[in-house]
Ligand binder design. Structure first.
Ligand SMILES: [Zn+2]
Length: 74
């Protein structure tokens, strides 16, 4: 089960202004597929983690993106 961390366009990083953000799974958890978050490759800032629960993988990605957008709004 590969996972492609493609570059995605979201609101820029609120800390460094980078607008090329990645989507990643939490590399420190064994059950890595149950967590996902947006990360800024430039400064290392992470968005809020989205939890899989009963979501499909696509729904989990959308949840992680939404959480970043919410944070960037604040
Ligand atoms: Zn950044």
């Amino acid at each position: 089960m590969g996972f492609n961390i493609g570059f995605i366009y979201l609101k820029p990083c609120p800390f460094c202004g980078n607008d090329q953000l990645s989507l990643a799974r939490d590399p420190y958890r064994e059950a890595a597929s149950t967590f996902m978050f947006v990360v800024c490759p430039s400064c290392g800032t992470r968005g809020p983690v989205a939890y899989r629960n009963d979501k499909s993988d696509d729904a989990l990605k959308v949840a992680a993106l939404r959480r970043w957008e919410e944070r960037a709004d604040g």
